[in-house]
Design a protein around this ligand. Sequence first.
Ligand SMILES: [Zn+2]
Length: 375
Amino acid sequence: MKQHFTVIHTDGQARLGTLSLPQGDVATPVFMPVGTVGTMKALHHRRLEELDYRLILANTYHLYLRPGLELLEKMGGLPQFSTWDRNFLTDSGGFQFFSLSKFAKFTEEGVKFSSHIDGSKHFFTPEKAIQAQNIIGSHIKMVLDVCTPPNITEKKAYQAHRTTVDWAKRCQKEWQASGEQGLLFGITQGNFYKDLRKLSIEELAALDLPGYAIGGLSVGEEKQVFEEFVHYSTPLLPANKPRYVMGIGTPDYILQAVEAGVDMFDCVYPTRVARNGAAMSFDGLLSLKNERYALDNNPIDPDCTCSACQRYSKSYLRHLIKAKEINALTLLTDHNLTFMKRFMNEVRASIKENRFALYKQAFMDRYYQSSHKES
Ligand SMILES: [Zn+2]
């Protein structure tokens, strides 16, 4: 197999790399925005292209339920259907079964679940997770895993680990049988037990998959627990493979992950808070609904190239948000994804110039001190 990941430079544990994917190379560390059902909510694909996003997420669980695999297959897969001709990463559904767990029941064979849309009954297996992602046509596919919440017993965490490893093997077999379309990433689990985290990484690394995620973090644990486990787990992962932490999108979590040597992360956070009227900035998160912006005639950030900052004041944006104008969602989503792009460019530049630790400190001081003032 062609080498798909190269580490170009390291600064401490932080690393700069290139992920070579079928629809173009991706510079890492990379933030991947989430387009749940095959679109970025409120934003045109064209803007993502202008911002040079080359890898976005789509959710297997959501696409499986709507529009459904039969339709997607007839329409030639998600890249063709959605016209996104760069790269897609799809999750396996494991996290949705976890977060919508009142609708799901795990057995050794797979997951029984009811649709959150119409209550219809479904049964998902590791094999089906791969078949679904093959039909979707994603360029990075994830194995089906069992994600667990904090504060479960070690026995329960061990059982989830055993099933996760077993399912990863079944996913790999299915992926190989179907001609190894795209890259298949493993997901390590182990809950918040270090021995289990280590065992999970060892057993999954033995499968020699093209990349690895640290799953089951950012699931409601305390922030310092996240930090402890990301720093513990990441160096145990194979150094020559891309490392991915699922579900993180705030600057502090991203900086911690990068510091530990993580290459990829995704989260709905920047686009979701945008739709709630919050703008990310180097001076912290600005809640534009706040009265203090009522007469603020300045843009969110004069150095930002997004459609909101190039034209509109905070006062006008606040008015659009308060009036529930659809344009506000687009403008703020554009702004937050422009911010994330600038932020990640700065992160990569700081690693390249061996000053990541200084950058992290300076960023955190400015972003979080300012955020504190805001509240
Ligand atoms: Zn902007």
